[in-house]
Ligand binder design. Structure first.
Ligand SMILES: [Zn+2]
Length: 253
């Protein structure tokens, strides 16, 4: 029993190491995945904005062409005024020129506003690109060493796994399955010491008759609450034994 208990305690030490490194590795991997995801989303957003920008720029060029055409028409009409002899027709052409000028002015005002909006939009995209570049730079700098670190964790985990595989045969098969189940269901902690009479995992008081029998002989006991393997560590055992013997000692004097 003593050997089995020692094997269980050793296994737990190994698995605690494994658990810790796996958690650290996974946290690092998820941080890296988040960064990659963020870069992807930023790239997509910039691409969409660029698409919109080129649409607006095409519209802007069309409007500019329209303004130029209006200009040409106004100039043509102006030149033709000299050849008009009838007053009525002269007035009609002048009215047409005035109408065209007003329409042209409205388009120009609209274009001016659009130009400001376009410039703001371009600045906005440039800002996004700058942020993306900075993020890419940081990710390349830190990310590179982070992936190395993930690799280092993997190597370490594999080494610890080898130690565990070597130790497992020392445990009876029945207990192996039980141990792995508890480990999985209890957040990587299957073997815990009893501390001041309570389970070191869930802190529930161990039943007195079980606790007392644990003091008498080494045995494999499971906590009645969380099912973890519990054992009384040497220092707690010594403490309890001293407390029990104290009255006897005082009687002797
Ligand atoms: Zn417990």
């Amino acid at each position: 029993m003593k050997d089995i208990l020692e094997t269980l305690i050793k296994l737990q030490e190994i698995d605690s190491d494994l658990h810790r490194y796996e958690q650290q590795r996974d946290a690092l991997k998820s941080k890296l995945a988040q960064l990659t995801d963020l870069i992807g989303r930023m790239e997509k957003s910039i691409q969409e904005k660029r698409g919109k920008l080129s649409e607006v720029e095409a519209w802007y060029r069309d409007q500019q062409d329209a303004v130029n055409q209006d200009n040409e028409r106004v100039n043509k009409l102006k030149n033709s005024l000299n050849s008009v002899s009838k007053t009525k027709e002269y007035l009609l052409r002048q009215r047409e020129i005035e109408g065209l000028r007003k329409a042209k002015q409205a388009k120009e005002d609209e274009l001016k506003k659009a130009e400001e909006a376009l410039n703001d939009f371009k600045q906005n995209i440039a800002g996004d690109e700058e942020r993306l570049e900075a993020l890419r730079h940081d990710t390349a700098k830190e990310g590179g060493s982070s992936w190395d670190q993930v690799e280092a964790y993997n190597k370490r985990i594999a080494e610890i796994q080898v130690r565990k595989t070597a130790l497992l045969p020392s445990l009876p098969e029945r207990l192996r399955g039980q141990y792995e189940r508890i480990l999985k269901n209890r957040d990587g902690l299957a073997v815990v010491p009893v501390l001041k009479g309570s389970c070191g995992g869930c802190h529930v008081k161990i039943r007195p008759q079980i606790y007392n029998s644990m003091l008498q002989t080494v045995q494999i006991v499971n906590c009645q609450q969380c099912s973890r393997f519990v054992y009384i560590p040497a220092d707690e055992l010594a403490e309890v034994m001293n407390a029990v013997h104290e009255p006897f000692e005082s009687e002797e004097y």
